[in-house]
Design a protein around this ligand. Sequence first.
Ligand SMILES: C[S@@+](CC[C@H](N)C(=O)[O-])C[C@H]1O[C@@H](n2cnc3c(N)ncnc32)[C@H](O)[C@@H]1O
Length: 249
Amino acid sequence: MTLYGVGLGPGEADLVTVRGERVLESADVVYSPGRLSRSVATEYVPESNIGDLDFPMTRDPEELRTAWKEAACEVAPRAREGDVAFVTLGDPNVYSTFGHLRRTMDAFHPEVELEIVPGVSAVTAFTTALGVEIDAGAGLALKEASGGASPSGPDRMVLFKVTDAPATHEGLDAAGYDVTYGRRLYMEQGETVVTGDPEEVAERDYYTLAYAEKRGIEKDRATAGFDAETNTDPGEADGRTAETEEGSA
Ligand SMILES: C[S@@+](CC[C@H](N)C(=O)[O-])C[C@H]1O[C@@H](n2cnc3c(N)ncnc32)[C@H](O)[C@@H]1O
């Protein structure tokens, strides 16, 4: 049968996709690598269907390989007999533990069918939460900023793992960026914070990201010039209404 990697979205149960929900509800066993992903998954899966796996909290490559081999040995027979899901917050292919499992399964249990259900990633969800628009034609880089790091270069960056916001802020500010922080966006657990003040998110919380934009970059937005005077329904002028325009969606 199949091992599904299911992206749960950022952390609110109603942001799980319809396909993700269907897979979770029909899976025989659902493995969850953390407390937060488990709390989302259990909105769709009875506790009795949550599988038991130990997940390595180490960066040592040898220990990691051993632990994932053991995890794959637990998952493989169940995925040969039935459908199994492994959940991750966000998307399973973005900075996710699922990559370790997928590579290990490919290497040692290639007979197991594998399917990935994409999830709403913090990479895109941050835009709505922070009120940011990434225009067509604009570049956006994804970087890590753990331990106070402040990567620079691209005009627009989304930074994951902002664990020391004041130190990261100092570097980014000096490099000419405006920065907004987002903590626990669309997450049921914990308090959601959106702020430009790094002191408000100074306390370490792994689920913190930042959006950094170079000061003074050119934005070529054809529709940005509308103001109260010009912002009238175009249909009023020539007898049409906006709803009758083809492709208005
Ligand atoms: C290991 S990555 C996992 C990314 C995930 N697979 C995804 O697609 O969103 C974890 C980092 O993503 C960011 N992140 C993930 N979910 C978040 C959320 N709901 N609110 C704020 N940041 C989040 C944080 O910067 C965190 O350190």
